[in-house]
Write a protein that binds this ligand. Structure first.
Ligand code: SOE
Length: 388
């Protein structure tokens, strides 16, 4: 019997739109979801982005997300826009009875994130937030180890998500560097990921102390310096704008109901670290280390090993037996960043008709946003702040 199909509309076709398009295209080939996603329409306001819609696999292209969100033939709205648009699209989608996938962070503010969760609950629609790193095979295996308490009582959770794409002072102003469009900088963008991994693997952050910094406070406005220099009368003066979000955030956390100490670093100013999302967990029975730049392996130290055999062993997480690997290639034929989005969309499709799915919901995203909110207040007031 032919599978039920679900029609998907994706709003936003840039980096995350490309990653999600790849996910929607591949999920039905490598996995066997209970329903078949149809890539119906891609929305973007930028014609230069929208011209990719067909190549990305979408049947239609539109510049009008409001119209698309209310189309009777659309079942899922996938939000891949800059953060400031997340609330209005998600609330409209919930009112229209659509299932919703939304990129992280859920919103610019905790209030907006709570409003999105309330709208999804009122609309009784399925909702997922794209904390994609949960879906790395290694992270899923580590999750299983944590559930089985294989590391014992946890002393430390340590995470550093380091990038370096804006270290160059000549890198221009973009939406991720303006509070009105992004909420916060490194904190909400990559700090959200490591906060969610802490919640997923160790436990909820209960209070924080923090420091945040903006290393480069003025950046050139992209279209202000492209004037035809030297052409007669067209000398355009470079215009600068203020970066009003953090370039880096570092924070300490305590974990609800445990003696665990957590340390977090989210920075875009770590030269040489391109997308280095790294976690370390140290417990009474052992430790694990993982980072996304070598995402197919993790390192495990087992205190139960004989003294002469003790040491961090390198585990190949793209071997059979690790979650999701069966769907791809034979052992050791590793997978990468793009596959995380295939996994998360697979789990979303599997959970569409279930009470609870194996994916982070808007409620998980609100829990993350509560920590981000507390971090900003702790940094501002130079005090420990309890997470709401
Ligand atoms: C930019 O920091 C970014 O695109 C994040 O927004 C994504 O969530 C991360 O997966 C890669 O880097």
């Amino acid at each position: 019997m032919a599978k039920k199909t679900v029609n998907v509309a994706m709003i936003g076709g840039s980096f995350m739109g490309k990653a999600h398009s790849n996910g929607w295209r591949q999920v039905g080939m490598f996995f066997d979801p209970p329903v078949k996603p149809v890539m119906k329409v891609m929305c973007d306001k930028d014609p230069n982005v929208l011209k990719n819609a067909a190549r990305y696999g979408w049947q239609e292209a539109s510049t009008d997300w409001q119209e698309v969100v209310n189309r009777a033939d659309i079942d899922i709205i996938d939000i891949c826009t800059p953060n400031f648009l997340h609330p209005q699209i998600a609330v409209a989608a919930a009112k229209a009875g659509k299932a919703i996938v939304c990129e992280k962070p859920l919103a610019n503010t905790l209030k907006e994130a709570k409003d999105m969760l309330a709208a999804a609950q009122k609309g009784r629609v399925k909702h997922m937030c794209g904390f994609s790193y949960r879906f790395a095979p290694a992270v899923q295996t580590i999750k299983g180890m944590m559930d089985r308490k294989q590391l014992g009582d946890i002393f430390h959770f340590r995470a550093a998500y380091q990038q370096d794409w804006i270290v160059d002072p000549d890198f221009p102003m973009v939406w991720r560097l303006k509070k009105a469009s992004t909420g916060s900088g490194a904190l909400g963008d990559i700090g959200a990921h490591i906060t969610d991994l802490c919640h997923f693997l160790v436990g909820e952050v209960s209070e924080v102390a923090a420091a945040m910094e903006t290393f480069i406070k003025q950046r050139v406005v992209p279209d202000s310096d492209t004037g035809a220099w030297g052409a007669k009368g067209s000398q355009k003066k470079k215009r600068y704008d203020t970066v009003d979000v953090d370039d880096a955030a570092v924070f300490l956390g305590r974990i609800k109901g445990a003696n665990t100490l957590a340390t977090f670093e989210a920075t875009r100013f770590a030269p040489g670290r391109r997308n280095y999302n790294a976690i370390e967990i140290y417990g009474s029975k052992g430790a694990v280390l993982w980072n996304q730049e070598e995402m197919d392996v993790f390192h495990y130290f087992d205190r139960g090993d004989p003294a002469t055999l003790q040491g961090f062993r390198k585990v190949q997480a793209c071997d059979m037996g690790h979650p999701y690997v069966h769907a791809w290639w034979p052992p050791g034929h590793i997978i990468g960043y793009e596959h995380l989005f295939v996994h998360e969309l697979y789990e979303f499709l599997c959970g569409l008709n279930k009470a609870k799915g194996n994916f982070p919901t808007f409620a998980d995203a609100v829990a993350c946003q509560k920590v981000l909110d507390a971090v900003e207040r702790a940094a501002k007031n130079r005090k420990w702040v309890k997470v709401q």
